[in-house]
Design a protein. Sequence first.
Length: 393
Amino acid sequence: MALLPIAEAQARLLALAGPTPIELVPLAQAVGRWAAAPVVARRSQPDQDLSAMDGYAIRFADLPGPWRVIGESAAGAVVAGAVGAGDAVRIFTGAPIPAGADTVLIQEEAARDGAALQLAGEGPGHAGRNVRRRGLDFAEGDTLIAAGDHLTPARIAVAAIAGHAELPVRRKVRVAIAATGNELVPPGAPVGTAQLPESNRTMLAAQLRDSPVEIVDLGILPDDLETLTRAFATVEADLLVTSGGASVGDHDLVRPALEAAGATIDFWRIALRPGKPMMAGRRGDMVVLGLPGNPVSVFVTALLFARPLIAHRAGATDPFPRCRTVPLGEPLPANGPRTDYIRAALIDGRAHAAAIQDSSMLRTLARSTCLIVREPHAPPAKTSDLVEILDIA
């Protein structure tokens, strides 16, 4: 069976399901999610001309003065009356520009004695100096956030000042996570002969922590076809992620259990190292993602497939991680027929690959800050050659 290229596998995975339904949530709950519809300004910002500096509101035509101070304007208050010829109003940053005034003389260039005001510097060079005009930031009706934009803290702030208390987002993705294997015991439990503390569920939940998800922990499932089938047939989720049992050994029962539970497998085995045995399909409206058992393979496939699928279902228009280019710290040999994701650390801006890349070695992963991406059949690379990396820390 030919291995599926990564890009094709990613495209087929996203085609298995569309975004979750739209809901309105308070601003504080929207951060980190994706806008499900355009966010349009309900007001202009600022909604009137404001002072950009502390000083005096004047008419530019009255320069070089003198002036008579007739009142004061502070943020949240408006001076009564209008500024006429020779008038000035004491004004503070963010305060409304009084009617009749068009310029602010900064206080460092003003000399005041009671109500008398004199120019004590060069003064503003043009009309409108030190004034924030109405709509300087945006006007009512402007689209501030496009559908599919990631709702960062700055975008939450602009939505707030634009008059929104809630934003439309996609419902959180309900993700069920299961580890399979008779050899596994819970973290911290006594470890007997031929047993192993289970780490993949904890790692997966941590990898998805900043995604809009609700985690359903199915625990550790034994290598038993009936038990696995029952668990996969009864779980209610948008996405089921399993680790282990995805290969072709006698105890690799995830695929037959999924099929017995009513799932259809869309693809299995991809041109990826580590992570070749990954499979994907669906059972009804639930997407199923069968990851390998080796922890580094789980980490890489979750990065390339689980996280992008969740982002896609949560409304992201660009769900995939982005690479960047850095120089190598030492040579790399030619690559084989699969895309290779090599654990590495950035030192002084250069990527240094770990000496051993066995997919069971979590300590190496924990020490890594990036993955070097090597395309299939890439030629040998020399020190200082540019390579693509994915940041992971």
